[in-house]
Design a protein around this ligand. Sequence first.
Ligand SMILES: [Zn+2]
Length: 550
Amino acid sequence: MKKTLFSLAPLALILMGCSEPEPTDKKSIENYELVAEAEQRLDIYTPYQLKTDLSHLSDDQKKMVSLLIDASEIMDNLFWQQAFPGNKESLLSSVEGDVREFTAINYGPWDRLNNNKPFLTGFEEKPEGANFYPADMSKTEFENADLADKDSLYTLLRRDEQDELITVPYSEAFKDSLTRASDILLEAADLAESQAFAKYLRLRAEAFLSNEYQPSDMAWMEMTDNDVDVVIGPIENYEDHLYGYKTAFESYVLIKDKAWSERLAKYAEYLPQLQEGLPVEPAYKAEMPGANAQLNAYDAVYYAGHSNAGSKTIAINLPNDEEVQLEKGTRRLQLKNAMQAKFDKILVPIAEQLIVPEQRENITFNAFFANTMFHEVAHGLGIKNTLNDKGTVRSALKEHASALEEGKADILGLYMVTQLFEQGVLAEGELEDYYTTFMASIFRSVRFGASSAHGKANMIRFNYFADEGAFKRNEKGQYAIDMDKMRAAMNSLSEKILTLQGDGDYNGVAELVATLGVVSPQLKADLDKLADAGIPVDVTFKQGKEVLGL
Ligand SMILES: [Zn+2]
């Protein structure tokens, strides 16, 4: 067992007391044990200190960052309530040390990077709908329920006294916490130096109370001059494995990196041309996303809630609201310090195990950064609405929408890199760097498991590439890229995904996921090799005011 510092909750202290605890003491409290197979999972995360230089910020701006961290902590607690249908405090105080830490990283007793398998005794499978829906609700019951806002991004499903399904808006279900968060954002707004940022914070504060997030999403799109940013509220729908409707509370507190942002700004002007060049029939690329596409680099200083659960996001593309996207475009935020952590601690060691020695020099941070950046750009391309009156792609593809959207962004990101490299816009390195680093990244992401949209998307792509001969595996279990075949596979997979999305072809996607969204025994063996070599699956952040010196 690795040594960890941890603080014991009072309840655990009683149990741990120097005198032998009486058996009766234990009876009153539920005690959870680590399931045997989970022992080897405890060190899959490697710690990383999340910090950055704040010296260019005024005292008011530093105070504002502190307040944003306070509000983020509220989001963290709200996410616990959405993810885990029990009591957070009693769960955490029933376990200790590494197990407690692992429980906290997972926001519950289910291993997020192992298909949500329970790792504590006494827990069943995680409900598909997390705690957004009653655990005993069937899909048929949901579909038959005559409730106007049942598929809202911002409601919970609950039962009334007659056991009938009802909807409860987040603003009511979490009223006390959201009121506190709202007050903190208003206080932060008064300190903001950027008026556009202050406006966003005030509208976000209002959204917590009104349950209407669109005005604040619009305001977030209008900011350009702020050094500090915060992504906060109910945002991503990945936690809802039942329908992909419900959004999870999260937060990122971010400090803009101006030098890198300038470097990124020049790519935005190529977006219309890239959309036009997508390898698919014209009808599937007819939408023109807003030209107001901002691309910026940040150092993250705080992750909370969904963004801090399990694997950590290294780039963000928001807002998700399709109406805002069509009117204003999206913003892509590259989280540079988080990216560097993953490159150094995970990607390079993976390449040393699984990529043939002669291609390892093609693994570069520059390529990793570019691939990740263009993944985010690619979310803004393609199509948001189906071509055949099935509504938005997201609603037509339901629980498969996220995995397919992530798969689209990955593959179209590489497509764009290829285009821009050949036009001389991307000038660094060789095209082989981007392809080889992309391949190594698939191994990194497949380790996130099938319960994550990103993990599933990577499994589909790995198996698709294998079928198309995009790589060869030698007898040592090392992979070599075939540039020509990988390029052909990239084009045909792009076309396939864009077509499935445009057609809103739920059954087609379900089949793709069922046939290709799986880990073959050979891949499993290769991934086990990474675990045996002690390569962490992901990072966990040591973060907060103290780390930042606030
Ligand atoms: Zn993505």
